[in-house]
Write a protein that binds this ligand. Sequence first.
Ligand SMILES: Cc1cc2nc3c(=O)[nH]c(=O)nc-3n(C[C@H](O)[C@H](O)[C@H](O)COP(=O)(O)OP(=O)(O)OC[C@H]3O[C@@H](n4cnc5c(N)ncnc54)[C@H](O)[C@@H]3O)c2cc1C
Length: 551
Amino acid sequence: MSAADVIVVGAGLAGLVATAELADAGRRVILVDQEGEQSLGGQAWWSFGGLFFVDSPEQRRWRIKDSFELAWQDWLGAAGFDRPEDEWPRRWAEAYVHFAATEKRRWLHDMGVRWLPYPGWAERGGYTATGHGNSVPRFHVTWGTGPGIVAPFERRVREGVARGLVTFAFRHRVDALLTEAGAVCGVAGKVLEPTSVPRGAPSSRTEVGDFELRAPVVIVTSGGIGGNHDLVRRNWPERLGKPPRHMLSGVPDHVDGRMIGIAQQAGANVVNPDRMWHYTEGIAYYEPIWTRHGIRILPGPSPLWLDARGNRLPVPLFPGFDTLGTLEHIMRTGFEHTWFIVSQKIIEKEFALSGSDQNPDITGKSVPDLLRSRLASGAPAPVEAFKQRGGDFVVERDLRRLVERMNELTDEPLLDYGTVEREVLARDREMANPYTKDLQVTAIRGARRYLADRITRVAAPHRLLDPDAGPLIGVKLSILTRKTLGGLETDLSARALTTSGEPLPGLYAAGEVAGFGGGGMHGYRSLEGTFLGGCLFSGRIAGRAAAAEVA
Ligand SMILES: Cc1cc2nc3c(=O)[nH]c(=O)nc-3n(C[C@H](O)[C@H](O)[C@H](O)COP(=O)(O)OP(=O)(O)OC[C@H]3O[C@@H](n4cnc5c(N)ncnc54)[C@H](O)[C@@H]3O)c2cc1C
Protein backbone atom coordinates (compact mmCIF):
# COMPACT_ATOMS: atom_id res chain seq x y z
CA MET A 1 0.00 0.00 0.00
CA SER A 2 1.31 3.46 -0.88
CA ALA A 3 2.84 5.73 1.76
CA ALA A 4 0.39 8.21 3.24
CA ASP A 5 0.37 11.58 4.91
CA VAL A 6 -2.83 10.71 6.77
CA ILE A 7 -4.78 7.55 7.64
CA VAL A 8 -8.52 7.98 8.04
CA VAL A 9 -10.30 5.23 9.99
CA GLY A 10 -13.93 4.96 8.88
CA ALA A 11 -15.46 5.60 5.48
CA GLY A 12 -18.73 7.04 6.75
CA LEU A 13 -19.71 10.65 6.09
CA ALA A 14 -17.17 12.20 8.48
CA GLY A 15 -14.35 10.09 6.99
CA LEU A 16 -15.37 10.91 3.43
CA VAL A 17 -15.52 14.63 4.17
CA ALA A 18 -12.10 14.61 5.87
CA THR A 19 -10.60 12.56 3.04
CA ALA A 20 -12.10 14.82 0.37
CA GLU A 21 -10.61 17.89 2.07
CA LEU A 22 -7.21 16.20 2.39
CA ALA A 23 -7.15 15.04 -1.22
CA ASP A 24 -8.22 18.47 -2.45
CA ALA A 25 -5.28 19.88 -0.51
CA GLY A 26 -3.00 17.41 -2.32
CA ARG A 27 -2.35 15.11 0.66
CA ARG A 28 -2.01 11.32 0.34
CA VAL A 29 -4.63 9.43 2.34
CA ILE A 30 -5.36 5.80 3.16
CA LEU A 31 -9.06 5.45 3.95
CA VAL A 32 -9.54 2.33 6.05
CA ASP A 33 -12.86 0.60 6.74
CA GLN A 34 -13.79 -2.75 8.22
CA GLU A 35 -16.70 -3.14 5.82
CA GLY A 36 -16.68 -3.80 2.08
CA GLU A 37 -16.86 -1.11 -0.56
CA GLN A 38 -20.62 -1.67 -0.89
CA SER A 39 -21.13 -0.02 2.53
CA LEU A 40 -19.22 3.17 1.64
CA GLY A 41 -20.91 6.14 3.30
CA GLY A 42 -21.75 4.27 6.51
CA GLN A 43 -24.86 5.39 8.32
CA ALA A 44 -25.26 8.54 6.27
CA TRP A 45 -26.27 6.51 3.23
CA TRP A 46 -29.19 5.10 5.25
CA SER A 47 -30.12 8.43 6.72
CA PHE A 48 -33.12 10.59 5.92
CA GLY A 49 -30.75 13.41 4.98
CA GLY A 50 -32.34 15.94 7.36
CA LEU A 51 -30.09 18.97 7.93
CA PHE A 52 -30.30 21.76 10.48
CA PHE A 53 -30.02 25.14 8.74
CA VAL A 54 -30.68 28.49 10.36
CA ASP A 55 -32.34 31.34 8.44
CA SER A 56 -32.25 29.46 5.13
CA PRO A 57 -33.95 30.61 1.92
CA GLU A 58 -36.38 27.69 2.38
CA GLN A 59 -37.34 29.02 5.81
CA ARG A 60 -37.65 32.59 4.56
CA ARG A 61 -39.96 31.49 1.75
CA TRP A 62 -42.42 30.24 4.39
CA ARG A 63 -41.91 33.45 6.40
CA ILE A 64 -40.15 31.58 9.19
CA LYS A 65 -38.15 34.11 11.15
CA ASP A 66 -35.00 32.39 12.32
CA SER A 67 -31.64 33.72 13.45
CA PHE A 68 -28.38 32.64 15.02
CA GLU A 69 -29.61 34.10 18.33
CA LEU A 70 -32.83 32.07 18.29
CA ALA A 71 -31.06 28.88 17.21
CA TRP A 72 -28.38 29.32 19.87
CA GLN A 73 -31.06 29.89 22.50
CA ASP A 74 -32.74 26.66 21.38
CA TRP A 75 -29.43 24.80 21.31
CA LEU A 76 -28.56 25.83 24.86
CA GLY A 77 -32.06 24.87 26.03
CA ALA A 78 -31.65 21.43 24.47
CA ALA A 79 -28.03 20.83 25.45
CA GLY A 80 -28.24 21.79 29.12
CA PHE A 81 -24.43 21.94 29.36
CA ASP A 82 -23.64 21.53 33.03
CA ARG A 83 -20.25 19.79 33.39
CA PRO A 84 -16.65 21.00 33.44
CA GLU A 85 -15.99 18.66 30.47
CA ASP A 86 -18.59 20.62 28.49
CA GLU A 87 -16.01 23.32 27.77
CA TRP A 88 -14.96 22.03 24.33
CA PRO A 89 -18.42 20.67 23.45
CA ARG A 90 -19.94 24.07 24.14
CA ARG A 91 -17.36 25.83 21.97
CA TRP A 92 -18.00 23.30 19.20
CA ALA A 93 -21.73 23.84 19.55
CA GLU A 94 -21.44 27.59 19.14
CA ALA A 95 -19.15 27.23 16.14
CA TYR A 96 -21.53 24.68 14.63
CA VAL A 97 -24.66 26.81 15.03
CA HIS A 98 -22.72 29.67 13.47
CA PHE A 99 -21.78 27.36 10.56
CA ALA A 100 -25.43 26.29 10.18
CA ALA A 101 -26.49 29.95 10.07
CA THR A 102 -23.86 31.02 7.54
CA GLU A 103 -21.64 28.87 5.33
CA LYS A 104 -23.13 25.40 5.55
CA ARG A 105 -25.93 25.62 3.02
CA ARG A 106 -23.90 27.56 0.45
CA TRP A 107 -20.98 25.10 0.72
CA LEU A 108 -23.27 22.15 0.07
CA HIS A 109 -25.29 23.98 -2.58
CA ASP A 110 -22.07 24.69 -4.48
CA MET A 111 -21.47 20.92 -4.52
CA GLY A 112 -24.90 20.39 -6.06
CA VAL A 113 -26.90 19.41 -2.96
CA ARG A 114 -30.56 20.52 -2.85
CA TRP A 115 -33.41 20.26 -0.34
CA LEU A 116 -37.17 19.84 -0.20
CA PRO A 117 -38.74 23.30 -0.37
CA TYR A 118 -40.50 23.00 3.01
CA PRO A 119 -38.45 22.66 6.22
CA GLY A 120 -39.82 20.17 8.72
CA TRP A 121 -40.37 20.90 12.38
CA ALA A 122 -38.55 18.31 14.49
CA GLU A 123 -38.24 18.24 18.31
CA ARG A 124 -40.92 20.84 19.00
CA GLY A 125 -40.14 21.01 22.71
CA GLY A 126 -43.28 22.06 24.50
CA TYR A 127 -41.59 23.88 27.37
CA THR A 128 -40.84 27.59 27.76
CA ALA A 129 -38.63 29.67 25.46
CA THR A 130 -35.39 28.71 27.19
CA GLY A 131 -36.26 25.00 27.35
CA HIS A 132 -35.68 22.11 24.94
CA GLY A 133 -36.87 22.21 21.35
CA ASN A 134 -36.85 24.05 18.04
CA SER A 135 -38.77 27.31 18.19
CA VAL A 136 -39.23 27.10 14.42
CA PRO A 137 -39.02 24.49 11.63
CA ARG A 138 -35.35 23.88 10.70
CA PHE A 139 -35.17 20.27 9.46
CA HIS A 140 -34.22 20.48 5.77
CA VAL A 141 -34.58 17.12 4.02
CA THR A 142 -31.98 16.59 1.31
CA TRP A 143 -33.31 15.92 -2.17
CA GLY A 144 -31.98 12.37 -2.59
CA THR A 145 -31.99 11.80 1.24
CA GLY A 146 -28.80 10.26 2.73
CA PRO A 147 -27.30 9.12 -0.59
CA GLY A 148 -27.74 12.71 -1.81
CA ILE A 149 -25.52 13.97 1.01
CA VAL A 150 -22.91 11.22 0.59
CA ALA A 151 -22.66 11.64 -3.21
CA PRO A 152 -20.59 14.85 -3.53
CA PHE A 153 -18.04 13.66 -0.99
CA GLU A 154 -17.80 10.20 -2.50
CA ARG A 155 -17.26 11.89 -5.85
CA ARG A 156 -14.46 14.06 -4.47
CA VAL A 157 -12.83 11.05 -2.77
CA ARG A 158 -13.00 8.97 -5.96
CA GLU A 159 -11.39 11.87 -7.82
CA GLY A 160 -8.63 11.64 -5.23
CA VAL A 161 -8.31 7.92 -5.98
CA ALA A 162 -8.07 8.68 -9.70
CA ARG A 163 -5.32 11.24 -8.98
CA GLY A 164 -3.38 8.65 -6.98
CA LEU A 165 -3.85 10.54 -3.72
CA VAL A 166 -6.41 8.31 -1.99
CA THR A 167 -6.12 4.57 -1.41
CA PHE A 168 -9.07 2.58 -0.08
CA ALA A 169 -8.38 -0.22 2.39
CA PHE A 170 -11.75 -1.97 2.76
CA ARG A 171 -12.12 -5.00 5.02
CA HIS A 172 -9.31 -3.64 7.18
CA ARG A 173 -10.44 -3.64 10.80
CA VAL A 174 -8.33 -1.44 13.04
CA ASP A 175 -7.62 -3.05 16.42
CA ALA A 176 -4.92 -0.71 17.72
CA LEU A 177 -3.43 2.73 17.19
CA LEU A 178 0.37 2.62 16.92
CA THR A 179 2.30 5.09 19.04
CA GLU A 180 5.93 6.18 19.12
CA ALA A 181 7.44 8.62 21.60
CA GLY A 182 3.97 9.60 22.80
CA ALA A 183 2.60 10.30 19.31
CA VAL A 184 0.12 8.29 17.26
CA CYS A 185 1.89 7.13 14.10
CA GLY A 186 -0.33 4.52 12.50
CA VAL A 187 -2.89 1.76 12.87
CA ALA A 188 -2.75 -2.04 13.13
CA GLY A 189 -5.39 -4.69 12.82
CA LYS A 190 -6.79 -7.61 10.89
CA VAL A 191 -7.72 -7.98 7.27
CA LEU A 192 -11.19 -9.57 7.10
CA GLU A 193 -12.20 -11.99 4.38
CA PRO A 194 -13.89 -10.42 1.32
CA THR A 195 -17.64 -9.97 1.58
CA SER A 196 -20.49 -9.69 -0.87
CA VAL A 197 -23.29 -9.09 1.65
CA PRO A 198 -25.69 -6.30 0.69
CA ARG A 199 -24.98 -2.81 2.01
CA GLY A 200 -25.68 -2.60 5.73
CA ALA A 201 -25.97 -6.36 6.32
CA PRO A 202 -23.71 -7.96 8.93
CA SER A 203 -20.48 -9.11 7.29
CA SER A 204 -18.14 -11.95 8.22
CA ARG A 205 -15.52 -11.35 10.89
CA THR A 206 -13.22 -14.12 9.64
CA GLU A 207 -9.65 -12.82 9.68
CA VAL A 208 -7.35 -13.60 6.77
CA GLY A 209 -4.29 -11.53 7.66
CA ASP A 210 -2.65 -8.80 9.75
CA PHE A 211 -1.87 -5.29 8.66
CA GLU A 212 0.04 -2.29 9.91
CA LEU A 213 -0.10 1.16 8.29
CA ARG A 214 1.95 4.18 9.24
CA ALA A 215 1.44 7.91 8.74
CA PRO A 216 2.24 11.06 10.72
CA VAL A 217 -1.48 11.70 11.32
CA VAL A 218 -4.48 9.42 11.98
CA ILE A 219 -8.05 10.71 11.90
CA VAL A 220 -10.62 8.51 13.62
CA THR A 221 -14.10 8.75 12.11
CA SER A 222 -15.48 5.39 13.20
CA GLY A 223 -19.02 6.31 14.30
CA GLY A 224 -20.85 5.68 17.56
CA ILE A 225 -22.02 2.74 19.66
CA GLY A 226 -25.68 2.33 18.60
CA GLY A 227 -25.21 -1.11 17.03
CA ASN A 228 -23.56 -2.50 20.15
CA HIS A 229 -26.31 -2.96 22.73
CA ASP A 230 -23.87 -4.16 25.39
CA LEU A 231 -22.04 -0.84 25.17
CA VAL A 232 -25.32 1.08 25.10
CA ARG A 233 -26.44 -0.68 28.28
CA ARG A 234 -23.06 -0.26 29.96
CA ASN A 235 -23.11 3.50 29.34
CA TRP A 236 -26.85 3.91 30.03
CA PRO A 237 -27.32 6.87 32.42
CA GLU A 238 -29.21 6.51 35.66
CA ARG A 239 -31.34 9.54 34.80
CA LEU A 240 -32.99 7.45 32.05
CA GLY A 241 -33.87 4.63 34.46
CA LYS A 242 -32.72 1.04 33.99
CA PRO A 243 -31.27 0.09 30.59
CA PRO A 244 -33.98 -1.51 28.43
CA ARG A 245 -33.88 -5.30 28.11
CA HIS A 246 -35.26 -5.18 24.59
CA MET A 247 -34.11 -2.64 22.03
CA LEU A 248 -34.27 -2.40 18.26
CA SER A 249 -31.22 -1.21 16.33
CA GLY A 250 -31.57 1.90 14.24
CA VAL A 251 -28.06 1.47 12.85
CA PRO A 252 -26.10 -1.30 11.09
CA ASP A 253 -23.92 -3.73 13.05
CA HIS A 254 -20.72 -1.93 12.07
CA VAL A 255 -21.67 0.91 14.42
CA ASP A 256 -19.93 -1.14 17.09
CA GLY A 257 -18.12 1.53 19.13
CA ARG A 258 -14.86 -0.46 19.36
CA MET A 259 -12.65 2.38 18.16
CA ILE A 260 -13.60 4.54 21.15
CA GLY A 261 -11.88 2.12 23.54
CA ILE A 262 -9.00 1.64 21.12
CA ALA A 263 -8.37 5.40 20.94
CA GLN A 264 -8.66 5.59 24.72
CA GLN A 265 -5.94 2.94 25.08
CA ALA A 266 -3.67 5.10 22.94
CA GLY A 267 -4.19 8.01 25.33
CA ALA A 268 -7.26 9.85 24.02
CA ASN A 269 -9.82 11.16 26.48
CA VAL A 270 -13.48 10.11 26.33
CA VAL A 271 -16.08 12.46 27.78
CA ASN A 272 -19.85 12.28 28.24
CA PRO A 273 -20.20 8.57 27.35
CA ASP A 274 -23.54 8.52 29.18
CA ARG A 275 -25.14 10.93 26.71
CA MET A 276 -26.95 9.23 23.86
CA TRP A 277 -29.89 9.75 21.58
CA HIS A 278 -32.32 6.86 21.21
CA TYR A 279 -35.83 6.98 19.83
CA THR A 280 -39.04 5.81 21.42
CA GLU A 281 -41.03 5.27 18.22
CA GLY A 282 -39.19 2.20 16.88
CA ILE A 283 -40.97 -0.50 14.88
CA ALA A 284 -39.42 -3.84 13.91
CA TYR A 285 -38.61 -4.01 10.22
CA TYR A 286 -40.42 -6.85 8.47
CA GLU A 287 -37.49 -7.28 6.06
CA PRO A 288 -34.49 -6.79 8.37
CA ILE A 289 -31.12 -5.95 6.80
CA TRP A 290 -29.07 -5.62 9.96
CA THR A 291 -29.42 -7.29 13.36
CA ARG A 292 -32.62 -6.31 15.26
CA HIS A 293 -33.31 -3.84 12.47
CA GLY A 294 -35.82 -1.20 13.49
CA ILE A 295 -37.23 1.84 11.72
CA ARG A 296 -38.18 5.09 13.42
CA ILE A 297 -41.58 6.60 12.83
CA LEU A 298 -41.23 10.37 12.41
CA PRO A 299 -44.65 11.23 13.73
CA GLY A 300 -46.73 14.35 13.27
CA PRO A 301 -48.30 15.73 16.45
CA SER A 302 -51.68 13.95 16.40
CA PRO A 303 -51.24 10.31 17.51
CA LEU A 304 -52.69 9.43 20.89
CA TRP A 305 -49.67 8.15 22.81
CA LEU A 306 -50.38 5.60 25.52
CA ASP A 307 -48.09 3.77 27.89
CA ALA A 308 -48.09 -0.03 28.19
CA ARG A 309 -51.10 0.15 30.55
CA GLY A 310 -53.09 2.46 28.29
CA ASN A 311 -52.54 5.74 30.15
CA ARG A 312 -51.83 8.79 28.08
CA LEU A 313 -48.27 10.15 28.22
CA PRO A 314 -48.08 13.42 30.17
CA VAL A 315 -47.68 16.96 28.81
CA PRO A 316 -45.55 17.83 26.79
CA LEU A 317 -44.58 14.33 25.70
CA PHE A 318 -46.50 14.49 22.46
CA PRO A 319 -45.17 12.78 19.33
CA GLY A 320 -42.15 14.64 17.95
CA PHE A 321 -41.73 16.98 20.92
CA ASP A 322 -39.08 15.71 23.31
CA THR A 323 -37.39 12.43 22.45
CA LEU A 324 -35.33 11.95 25.59
CA GLY A 325 -37.97 13.37 27.92
CA THR A 326 -40.28 10.69 26.56
CA LEU A 327 -37.63 7.98 26.93
CA GLU A 328 -37.06 8.98 30.54
CA HIS A 329 -40.79 8.85 31.25
CA ILE A 330 -41.23 5.47 29.55
CA MET A 331 -38.41 3.88 31.50
CA ARG A 332 -40.10 5.02 34.72
CA THR A 333 -43.36 3.26 33.86
CA GLY A 334 -41.80 -0.15 34.43
CA PHE A 335 -42.43 -1.19 30.84
CA GLU A 336 -40.38 -0.56 27.71
CA HIS A 337 -43.01 -0.27 25.02
CA THR A 338 -45.73 2.29 24.34
CA TRP A 339 -48.60 2.58 21.86
CA PHE A 340 -49.82 5.00 19.25
CA ILE A 341 -53.51 4.92 18.48
CA VAL A 342 -54.27 6.75 15.26
CA SER A 343 -56.95 6.96 12.61
CA GLN A 344 -56.33 6.12 8.98
CA LYS A 345 -56.60 9.86 8.33
CA ILE A 346 -53.70 10.54 10.70
CA ILE A 347 -51.46 7.77 9.40
CA GLU A 348 -51.92 9.02 5.83
CA LYS A 349 -50.76 12.51 6.57
CA GLU A 350 -48.55 12.25 9.61
CA PHE A 351 -46.58 9.00 9.50
CA ALA A 352 -43.18 9.35 7.90
CA LEU A 353 -40.45 6.76 8.29
CA SER A 354 -36.83 7.75 8.79
CA GLY A 355 -34.25 6.44 6.35
CA SER A 356 -33.33 6.61 2.68
CA ASP A 357 -34.81 3.19 1.91
CA GLN A 358 -38.18 4.17 3.44
CA ASN A 359 -38.51 7.26 1.26
CA PRO A 360 -37.98 6.03 -2.29
CA ASP A 361 -39.69 9.09 -3.79
CA ILE A 362 -37.24 11.58 -2.22
CA THR A 363 -34.25 9.23 -2.45
CA GLY A 364 -35.00 8.65 -6.14
CA LYS A 365 -35.50 12.42 -6.68
CA SER A 366 -38.86 11.90 -8.36
CA VAL A 367 -41.22 14.89 -8.17
CA PRO A 368 -44.25 12.95 -9.54
CA ASP A 369 -43.67 10.15 -7.00
CA LEU A 370 -43.27 12.71 -4.22
CA LEU A 371 -46.53 14.45 -5.07
CA ARG A 372 -48.37 11.17 -5.44
CA SER A 373 -47.09 9.64 -2.25
CA ARG A 374 -47.35 12.72 0.02
CA LEU A 375 -50.39 14.58 -1.27
CA ALA A 376 -52.70 12.00 -2.89
CA SER A 377 -55.08 10.00 -0.71
CA GLY A 378 -53.75 6.88 1.00
CA ALA A 379 -50.62 6.47 3.07
CA PRO A 380 -47.19 6.57 1.39
CA ALA A 381 -46.37 3.06 0.09
CA PRO A 382 -43.66 2.26 2.71
CA VAL A 383 -46.06 3.25 5.53
CA GLU A 384 -48.85 1.17 3.98
CA ALA A 385 -46.42 -1.77 3.68
CA PHE A 386 -45.74 -1.55 7.42
CA LYS A 387 -49.45 -1.32 8.12
CA GLN A 388 -50.03 -4.53 6.21
CA ARG A 389 -46.86 -6.50 7.00
CA GLY A 390 -45.34 -4.94 10.13
CA GLY A 391 -45.68 -7.12 13.22
CA ASP A 392 -46.30 -4.04 15.41
CA PHE A 393 -49.43 -2.83 13.59
CA VAL A 394 -53.06 -3.68 14.32
CA VAL A 395 -55.92 -2.34 12.17
CA GLU A 396 -59.57 -2.53 13.25
CA ARG A 397 -62.77 -0.50 12.91
CA ASP A 398 -63.94 -1.21 16.45
CA LEU A 399 -61.99 0.12 19.45
CA ARG A 400 -62.70 -2.88 21.69
CA ARG A 401 -61.48 -5.30 19.05
CA LEU A 402 -58.44 -3.07 18.41
CA VAL A 403 -57.45 -3.22 22.07
CA GLU A 404 -57.96 -7.01 22.18
CA ARG A 405 -55.62 -7.41 19.23
CA MET A 406 -53.08 -4.94 20.65
CA ASN A 407 -53.01 -7.11 23.78
CA GLU A 408 -52.16 -10.12 21.62
CA LEU A 409 -48.88 -8.41 20.64
CA THR A 410 -47.47 -8.45 24.17
CA ASP A 411 -46.55 -11.31 26.51
CA GLU A 412 -49.25 -10.25 28.97
CA PRO A 413 -52.53 -8.46 28.14
CA LEU A 414 -51.55 -5.21 29.85
CA LEU A 415 -54.10 -2.90 28.28
CA ASP A 416 -57.39 -2.46 30.09
CA TYR A 417 -60.14 -1.63 27.60
CA GLY A 418 -61.87 0.78 30.01
CA THR A 419 -58.68 2.83 30.46
CA VAL A 420 -58.03 3.11 26.72
CA GLU A 421 -61.67 3.91 25.95
CA ARG A 422 -61.69 6.68 28.59
CA GLU A 423 -58.55 8.28 27.08
CA VAL A 424 -59.88 8.09 23.53
CA LEU A 425 -63.34 9.44 24.38
CA ALA A 426 -61.93 12.23 26.55
CA ARG A 427 -59.56 13.36 23.80
CA ASP A 428 -62.34 13.18 21.22
CA ARG A 429 -64.60 15.43 23.31
CA GLU A 430 -61.86 18.11 23.27
CA MET A 431 -62.18 18.32 19.46
CA ALA A 432 -65.59 20.01 19.49
CA ASN A 433 -64.33 23.58 19.96
CA PRO A 434 -61.55 25.55 18.27
CA TYR A 435 -59.98 25.96 21.73
CA THR A 436 -59.41 23.39 24.44
CA LYS A 437 -57.69 22.62 27.71
CA ASP A 438 -55.90 19.66 26.10
CA LEU A 439 -52.41 20.94 25.26
CA GLN A 440 -51.82 18.29 22.59
CA VAL A 441 -54.91 19.44 20.74
CA THR A 442 -53.71 23.04 21.11
CA ALA A 443 -50.33 21.94 19.72
CA ILE A 444 -51.98 20.29 16.71
CA ARG A 445 -53.89 23.47 15.96
CA GLY A 446 -50.74 25.53 16.49
CA ALA A 447 -48.73 23.35 14.11
CA ARG A 448 -51.33 23.89 11.40
CA ARG A 449 -50.63 27.60 11.50
CA TYR A 450 -47.34 26.74 9.77
CA LEU A 451 -48.63 26.38 6.23
CA ALA A 452 -46.19 23.67 5.15
CA ASP A 453 -47.26 21.53 8.12
CA ARG A 454 -50.89 22.13 7.27
CA ILE A 455 -50.38 21.00 3.68
CA THR A 456 -47.95 18.12 4.15
CA ARG A 457 -47.72 16.99 7.74
CA VAL A 458 -50.58 17.62 10.17
CA ALA A 459 -54.03 16.09 9.72
CA ALA A 460 -57.04 18.33 10.25
CA PRO A 461 -58.19 17.83 13.86
CA HIS A 462 -60.86 15.14 14.09
CA ARG A 463 -62.26 12.59 16.49
CA LEU A 464 -60.37 9.28 16.52
CA LEU A 465 -63.72 7.49 16.66
CA ASP A 466 -65.15 9.37 13.67
CA PRO A 467 -66.05 6.44 11.35
CA ASP A 468 -65.17 8.56 8.31
CA ALA A 469 -61.58 8.91 9.59
CA GLY A 470 -61.17 5.15 10.19
CA PRO A 471 -60.15 2.43 10.48
CA LEU A 472 -58.31 2.70 13.78
CA ILE A 473 -54.68 1.66 13.94
CA GLY A 474 -52.68 0.62 17.00
CA VAL A 475 -48.89 0.64 16.71
CA LYS A 476 -46.60 -0.94 19.29
CA LEU A 477 -43.48 1.20 19.73
CA SER A 478 -40.12 0.01 21.01
CA ILE A 479 -36.92 1.77 21.98
CA LEU A 480 -34.61 2.11 19.02
CA THR A 481 -30.91 2.82 19.48
CA ARG A 482 -29.34 5.45 17.25
CA LYS A 483 -26.82 8.12 18.15
CA THR A 484 -23.94 8.61 20.51
CA LEU A 485 -23.73 12.13 21.89
CA GLY A 486 -20.49 11.84 23.86
CA GLY A 487 -17.12 10.59 22.62
CA LEU A 488 -13.50 11.51 22.06
CA GLU A 489 -12.71 14.95 23.42
CA THR A 490 -11.32 17.27 20.72
CA ASP A 491 -10.28 20.89 20.50
CA LEU A 492 -11.63 23.24 17.84
CA SER A 493 -9.10 21.88 15.32
CA ALA A 494 -10.48 18.34 15.90
CA ARG A 495 -7.23 17.29 17.61
CA ALA A 496 -7.89 14.51 20.11
CA LEU A 497 -7.04 15.53 23.66
CA THR A 498 -5.51 13.50 26.47
CA THR A 499 -6.95 13.30 29.97
CA SER A 500 -4.72 16.22 30.93
CA GLY A 501 -6.27 18.36 28.20
CA GLU A 502 -3.22 18.46 25.91
CA PRO A 503 -3.51 17.44 22.23
CA LEU A 504 -2.44 13.81 21.68
CA PRO A 505 0.13 14.26 18.90
CA GLY A 506 -0.85 12.61 15.62
CA LEU A 507 -4.50 11.94 16.46
CA TYR A 508 -7.64 13.71 15.24
CA ALA A 509 -11.28 12.65 15.56
CA ALA A 510 -14.49 13.71 13.81
CA GLY A 511 -18.13 12.72 13.40
CA GLU A 512 -20.07 10.60 15.84
CA VAL A 513 -17.00 9.09 17.52
CA ALA A 514 -16.09 12.60 18.67
CA GLY A 515 -19.64 13.34 19.83
CA PHE A 516 -19.80 15.27 16.52
CA GLY A 517 -17.15 17.61 17.87
CA GLY A 518 -15.51 18.30 21.22
CA GLY A 519 -16.78 15.05 22.75
CA GLY A 520 -20.44 16.05 22.86
CA MET A 521 -21.52 19.26 21.15
CA HIS A 522 -25.20 18.33 21.62
CA GLY A 523 -24.93 18.19 25.40
CA TYR A 524 -27.87 16.09 26.63
CA ARG A 525 -30.27 16.51 23.70
CA SER A 526 -30.41 17.32 20.03
CA LEU A 527 -32.53 19.58 17.88
CA GLU A 528 -32.31 16.98 15.06
CA GLY A 529 -30.68 17.23 11.65
CA THR A 530 -27.52 18.05 13.55
CA PHE A 531 -25.76 14.69 13.20
CA LEU A 532 -25.06 14.69 9.48
CA GLY A 533 -24.26 18.37 9.86
CA GLY A 534 -21.93 17.54 12.74
CA CYS A 535 -20.10 15.04 10.51
CA LEU A 536 -19.82 17.61 7.73
CA PHE A 537 -18.52 20.29 10.06
CA SER A 538 -16.11 18.24 12.13
CA GLY A 539 -14.95 16.14 9.15
CA ARG A 540 -14.14 19.32 7.26
CA ILE A 541 -12.27 20.82 10.20
CA ALA A 542 -10.29 17.61 10.82
CA GLY A 543 -9.40 17.25 7.13
CA ARG A 544 -8.27 20.86 6.80
CA ALA A 545 -6.33 20.90 10.07
CA ALA A 546 -4.59 17.60 9.30
CA ALA A 547 -3.75 18.82 5.80
CA ALA A 548 -2.10 21.88 7.35
CA GLU A 549 -0.21 19.77 9.89
CA VAL A 550 1.39 17.50 7.27
CA ALA A 551 2.04 20.30 4.76
C1 LIG B 1 -31.64 5.36 9.40
C2 LIG B 1 -30.88 6.57 9.83
C3 LIG B 1 -31.44 7.83 9.65
C4 LIG B 1 -30.72 8.97 10.01
N1 LIG B 1 -31.24 10.21 9.71
C5 LIG B 1 -30.52 11.32 10.00
C6 LIG B 1 -30.99 12.61 9.60
O1 LIG B 1 -32.01 12.75 8.93
N2 LIG B 1 -30.25 13.70 9.97
C7 LIG B 1 -29.08 13.59 10.70
O2 LIG B 1 -28.47 14.62 11.00
N3 LIG B 1 -28.60 12.37 11.05
C8 LIG B 1 -29.27 11.24 10.71
N4 LIG B 1 -28.77 10.01 11.03
C9 LIG B 1 -27.49 9.95 11.79
C10 LIG B 1 -26.27 10.08 10.89
O3 LIG B 1 -26.48 9.41 9.68
C11 LIG B 1 -25.02 9.50 11.59
O4 LIG B 1 -24.90 10.03 12.88
C12 LIG B 1 -23.76 9.82 10.80
O5 LIG B 1 -23.91 9.43 9.46
C13 LIG B 1 -22.53 9.15 11.42
O6 LIG B 1 -21.44 9.27 10.52
P1 LIG B 1 -19.95 8.89 10.93
O7 LIG B 1 -19.14 9.12 9.71
O8 LIG B 1 -19.57 9.58 12.17
O9 LIG B 1 -20.00 7.33 11.29
P2 LIG B 1 -20.51 6.04 10.49
O10 LIG B 1 -21.46 6.37 9.44
O11 LIG B 1 -20.96 5.07 11.54
O12 LIG B 1 -19.20 5.47 9.78
C14 LIG B 1 -18.15 4.91 10.52
C15 LIG B 1 -17.39 3.92 9.66
O13 LIG B 1 -16.27 3.46 10.42
C16 LIG B 1 -16.07 2.09 10.20
N5 LIG B 1 -15.36 1.53 11.37
C17 LIG B 1 -15.78 1.50 12.65
N6 LIG B 1 -14.86 0.91 13.43
C18 LIG B 1 -13.84 0.55 12.62
C19 LIG B 1 -12.59 -0.11 12.85
N7 LIG B 1 -12.23 -0.53 14.06
N8 LIG B 1 -11.79 -0.34 11.79
C20 LIG B 1 -12.14 0.07 10.53
N9 LIG B 1 -13.32 0.70 10.27
C21 LIG B 1 -14.15 0.95 11.31
C22 LIG B 1 -17.48 1.54 10.05
O14 LIG B 1 -17.47 0.32 9.33
C23 LIG B 1 -18.18 2.68 9.28
O15 LIG B 1 -18.13 2.51 7.90
C24 LIG B 1 -29.44 8.85 10.65
C25 LIG B 1 -28.88 7.58 10.85
C26 LIG B 1 -29.58 6.45 10.43
C27 LIG B 1 -28.93 5.10 10.59
